[in-house]
Ligand binder design. Structure first.
Ligand SMILES: Nc1nc2c(ncn2[C@@H]2O[C@H](COP(=O)(O)OP(=O)(O)OP(=O)(O)O)[C@@H](O)[C@H]2O)c(=O)[nH]1
Length: 352
C-alpha cells in the first residue's frame, strides 16, 4: 500500500493534461458560439467523451488505500463537464470512462453516484463558484468518509488530506480556467453579434448582411435577393413622430421575420429599407415570399401615440442572386426592381 502521495511529477502532469485538454477542446468546440448545455448535441457528446477519456487517463495514477479504495483525479473533468456543459455531456463522458476502466467496479459505482448527485442540483443552470465549492467539498468529504476505515496511521491520514487538497486545488484551477475562457468566448460572440445586428429592429445590419452574403455565396446554392422599402415613411414620421416611426420599423421587421423561413435572412440596409436573402433560386418562390410579407404588412394595424389605428404598405423588388457579380452589384439590380414597384404605384412586388 502506498502511504505517500504519488510523485509530484505525476500529479503535475495530470493537472496539466486535465487543464490543457479541457481548455483546448472548449475553445475548439466554441468556434461558432460558447459551448454550453444548449449547444448542438454533437458538441456536447464530443466534450463529454473528451472528459471521459481524460478521466480514464487520470485513473492510471492511483493513490491506493486498499485493493478497491483509492484516490485519483478522475472526478475533475467529469465535475467540470457537469458545470459547464450539463448532464447529457457528463453521461457520455461517464459511459466512456465506464467502458475503459473495468465497467462494473466499485470505483465506477462511486463516481456514478457522485455525478448523479451533482446532476440532481442542475448546476449548469446556475453555474457559480459557490455551487462549485459546495459540490467539490461534498465529493471530497464523501471520499474521506469512504476511505476512513483505511486511515489507520497519521502518515496515511496526512497523505490522504494532502491528496485531497491537491485535487481541490486542481479542480479550482480547471474551473477558473474554463470560467475565464467561457466569459471570454461569450463576450466575444456577444460583441460580434452586436456589431452585426441592427440595434433598433434586431435584424442584421450591413456588416451582418455582408457576412451572410459571403457565406451563402460559398455554398453555390441559388438564392433570391429582395429589397423592401416602407412606402411614404417620411409621412409616418411627420404625422406621428419619430418614436412611432421607430415602432413601425420594428413591427415591419417582426412581420417580415414571421413570414420568412429558417434559412432566409433579414437585414436592415439603412433607414426604412430592408434586404432579404431568400433561400431559393426559384424566382416564382421568391416573389411568393415577398408577396406574403407585403400582404402581411398591409393587413397589420399600427397605432399612433393616442392609440388611433393607421396602416402602411411596403414595396419590394426581387432578383436572383448572380454569383459572378459583387454583392453591391446584385443589390443595385434588386434596387432597380424596387424602384419599378415604387414608380408603378407602390404596395407591390417586382421581379427582374
Ligand atoms: N423614425 C425613424 N425614421 C427614420 C429612420 N431612418 C430613416 N428614417 C426616415 O425615413 C424617411 C425616409 O423617407 P424617404 O426616403 O423620403 O422615403 P419615403 O417617405 O418612404 O417615400 P418612398 O420611399 O418614396 O415611398 C426619412 O424621413 C428618414 O428621416 C429611423 O431609424 N427611424
Amino acid at each position: 500500500m502506498e502511504q505517500v502521495i504519488k510523485s509530484l511529477d505525476a500529479l503535475y502532469i495530470n493537472i496539466c493534461v486535465t487543464y490543457a485538454s479541457l481548455v483546448f477542446f472548449y475553445f475548439f468546440l466554441s468556434s461558432d458560439g460558447p459551448l454550453g448545455p444548449n449547444s448542438p448535441l454533437y458538441k456536447r457528446v464530443l466534450f463529454g467523451v473528451l472528459c471521459g477519456a481524460v478521466a480514464a487517463f487520470l485513473d492510471r495514477d492511483l493513490f491506493r488505500l486498499s485493493g478497491t479504495v483509492y484516490y485519483s483525479f478522475e472526478m475533475i473533468p467529469l465535475v467540470i463537464c457537469v458545470f459547464y456543459v450539463g448532464w447529457f455531456s457528463v453521461l457520455c463522458g461517464f459511459m466512456l470512462k465506464f467502458f475503459l476502466t473495468g465497467m462494473f467496479t466499485i470505483d465506477n459505482l462511486f463516481v456514478a453516484v457522485m455525478i448523479a448527485g451533482i446532476c440532481y442540483f442542475r448546476p449548469w443552470r446556475d453555474n457559480n463558484i459557490r455551487t462549485f465549492a459546495i459540490a467539490t467539498s461534498i465529493v471530497l468529504v464523501i471520499r474521506l468518509i469512504v476511505s476512513a476505515p483505511y486511515l489507520n496511521s497519521w502518515a496515511i491520514i496526512w497523505s490522504s488530506l494532502g491528496y485531497q487538497l491537491v485535487t481541490l486545488f486542481c479542480m479550482f484551477i480547471c474551473y477558473h480556467g474554463l470560467g475565464g475562457k467561457f466569459r471570454y468566448v461569450r463576450a466575444f460572440f456577444r460583441e460580434k453579434e452586436n456589431s452585426s445586428m441592427d440595434f433598433l429592429t434586431k435584424t442584421f445590419n450591413r456588416m451582418g448582411l455582408e457576412e451572410h452574403l459571403k457565406a451563402v455565396q460559398k455554398n453555390h446554392s441559388g438564392f433570391g435577393l429582395a429589397m423592401l422599402d416602407i412606402d411614404f415613411f417620411k409621412k409616418v414620421n411627420d404625422t406621428y413622430g419619430h418614436a412611432i416611426g421607430d415602432d413601425v420599423l420594428v413591427r415591419v421587421a417582426n412581420v417580415a421575420r414571421m413570414m420568412l423561413r429558417k434559412d432566409d435572412v433579414l437585414a436592415r440596409f439603412g433607414g426604412e429599407e430592408f434586404v432579404i436573402l431568400i433561400a431559393s433560386g426559384n424566382t416564382y418562390e421568391c416573389v411568393k415570399c415577398c408577396e406574403r410579407i407585403r400582404r402581411a404588412v398591409e393587413s397589420t394595424v399600427f397605432t399612433n401615440a393616442d392609440g388611433e389605428p393607421f396602416k402602411i404598405t411596403v414595396s419590394l423588388g426581387v432578383a436572383n442572386y448572380q454569383p459572378d457579380k459583387s454583392w453591391q452589384e446584385n443589390i443595385i439590380v434588386a434596387d432597380s426592381a424596387l424602384y419599378q414597384s415604387k414608380t408603378n404605384g407602390r404596395n407591390r412586388t417586382t421581379s427582374v
